[in-house]
Design a protein around this ligand. Structure first.
Ligand code: MRU
Length: 357
């Protein structure tokens, strides 16, 4: 994609992605906070590439992008509904290879597949089939807005005016269709005139906390203070943090939580300081088919993110590197999981299952 094809928009509140009637306009999050550029995506290959290279990131946003990717893959296909259905399966299989950890990706693709199968069974026309799959992607996006608002309301009930709250990575509007999961209560607090002081970990190595969380909260007028990851303990020791809240890429059936690398360390620190550690997520992030955190596939990314992040070499050539993008926080560190259906506490195996009954 050449920059000449990209749209630059410096005005309205930032959306991670939007359907413009013809194509998916996707905010290139690699360029934030310096540049606000929307990339016009027209093919599943472009969507796959955007997910893999973190132009779009954050579990719900990845799922929404992939859903549109499926539609982009079938809109130009000639032939009957059987051919379209086969193409949906093919594109969904392909898009599922873009990243491994966030289960929302697979959830959204399964939802597109299920809709396609149902439409074929109904015997709709090819044009109606295509239109309905676009509508399904739009519906996934619209539902995410409402879901996150509910998560924010439940989470805000756990905070008091004047609280300091620490967060890690970016689980905000940029990681979702709107509001975010972990950041949703901060936006609602702002609307209600409550003063919450947010501490944002910068989140090595890709700096989602510095580039994205600090940026979107500052833009919204939320009181946010940026700290390096290795300052979280010091800030807690000062008594400035009354709660931690993070998002997640996948919650296992037993309540173990995969999230951005560094989350586990924050959870251990929170426990050591007697600070509650909350995880905010939609039901689509809870994977009852994955028994424990040890069963969650953890993505490993290129060593350049650590040795020459953002183009400057900061480690010796040839040094061995380990670069997992996520870690798993065992359920014993998780005070509660906040969903659109309410707040869940241990025993997680039993109580998470009840959410789906
Ligand atoms: O590698 P990323 O930026 O996609 O990782 C994102 C996170 O870890 C988020 O905390 C998680 O996806 C939740 S987003 C609501």
């Amino acid at each position: 994609m050449s920059s000449a094809e990209a749209t630059v928009n410096n005005q309205s509140a930032l959306e991670s992605l939007r359907w413009n009637g013809q194509q998916l306009d996707l905010l290139d999050q690699r360029l934030l906070p310096e540049e606000i550029v929307y990339l016009p995506l027209e093919t599943p290959v472009e969507v796959w590439e955007a997910i893999r290279h973190l132009k779009v990131r954050g579990a719900p946003a990845i799922g929404i992008a992939a859903a549109y990717g499926v539609y982009l893959g079938i809109r130009g296909v000639d032939g009957g509904v059987d051919a379209l259905l086969a193409e949906v399966q093919k594109q969904a299989d392909y898009l599922a290879t873009s990243r491994p950890t966030a289960v929302n990706l697979f959830w959204a693709l399964d939802r597109m597949r299920a809709r396609a199968v149902a439409l074929a069974a109904e015997g709709v026309s090819p044009a109606a089939f295509q239109a309905a799959l676009l509508a399904e992607a739009q519906q996934i996006q619209a539902e995410d807005v409402e879901t996150n608002r509910l998560i924010g309301e439940h989470a805000l009930a756990l905070f008091e005016d004047g609280f300091g709250v620490l967060t890690h990575c970016n689980a905000g509007g940029l990681a979702t269709a709107k509001y975010g999961t972990a950041l949703a209560p901060f936006y609602l607090a702002k609307e209600k005139g409550l003063n919450i002081k947010v501490f944002a970990d910068e989140t090595r190595p890709v700096l989602q906390g510095a580039r994205l969380t600090a940026f979107e909260l500052q833009q919204a007028g939320v009181d946010v203070t940026l700290i390096c990851d290795n300052m979280a303990g010091a800030v807690m020791a000062k008594g400035w943090v009354q709660a931690v809240i993070v998002g997640t890429d996948r919650v296992a059936a037993n309540g173990d939580v995969a999230n951005k690398i560094g989350t586990y360390s924050v959870a251990v620190l929170a426990k050591a300081h007697g600070i509650p550690f909350y995880v905010a997520c939609p039901l689509s992030t809870i994977d009852l088919n994955t028994p424990t955190g040890g069963d969650i596939p953890i993505e490993e990314r290129h060593e350049d993110e650590i040795t020459q992040g953002f183009g400057k070499r900061t480690a010796p050539e040839g040094v061995k590197v380990f670069n997992p993008a996520f870690d798993v926080t065992p359920n014993e560190y998780v005070t509660a999981i906040i969903t659109e259906k309410g707040i869940v506490q241990a025993p997680y195996t039993e109580n998470l299952r009840k959410l789906f009954e």
